[in-house]
Design a protein around this ligand. Sequence first.
Ligand code: DX5
Ligand code: ZN
Length: 215
Amino acid sequence: MLKSPAVEWVPSILAADPLDLRNAVEKVVQSGIKQIHLDIMDGHFVPNISFGPQIAENVHKTYPALFLDVHLMLVRPDSFIDPFLEAGAGRIILHAELSKRIITRSLKQLRDAACLTGLAINPETSVDTLFPYLEEGTIDRILIMSVHPGFSGQTFIASVLPKVKTLKMRYPNITLCMDGGINTETAAQGFTCGAKAFVVGASFFQEQSIKKPYA
Ligand code: DX5
Ligand code: ZN
């Protein structure tokens, strides 16, 4: 499963040494992975602050072939869509917990810019929240949070797995990505339930012993 072409690994540089980001991105490129996950936090939607469009732009300019998967954990994602589009974002993921007004406005901005879109759901959020947006048919992937977002290095919450199964049964063609506490073991659990993409933070950047299977 680990080297199967059916599995997509998406390294999150939130878990990397912030003083050594260049080396972290280089590690992703050297491993043959074609995309990188950028966790953007505003200190309101989640209890942490990370980085902004400048980092995305620098990564994009240095590694133009690397696809930028941008996970916005922001109360007002609509204010940051244009800066991230200009910075080179390939996909922008919004949280389904926000108001329908903000999500609808943000999705329109993304569609108008022909940017790929994703919706994320927190561990306590019901999959029902996603259905109205999925019915519209414009969402490229779902990010099922398997930790409470805000920090890298947390423990995988296995109780979200039934949500993966439900989504896979109802929307077999949409890509299901799991984010939080993913390592080779937890990814295998998610894969069995129907997820095919996995964000990897601490297990990719910090646990030397299991870095190899991702390559
Ligand atoms: C959680 C972020 C994740 C996370 C991944 O707030 O959205 O992308 O940092 O890191 P690990 O894999 O260490 O949980
Ligand atoms: Zn993330």
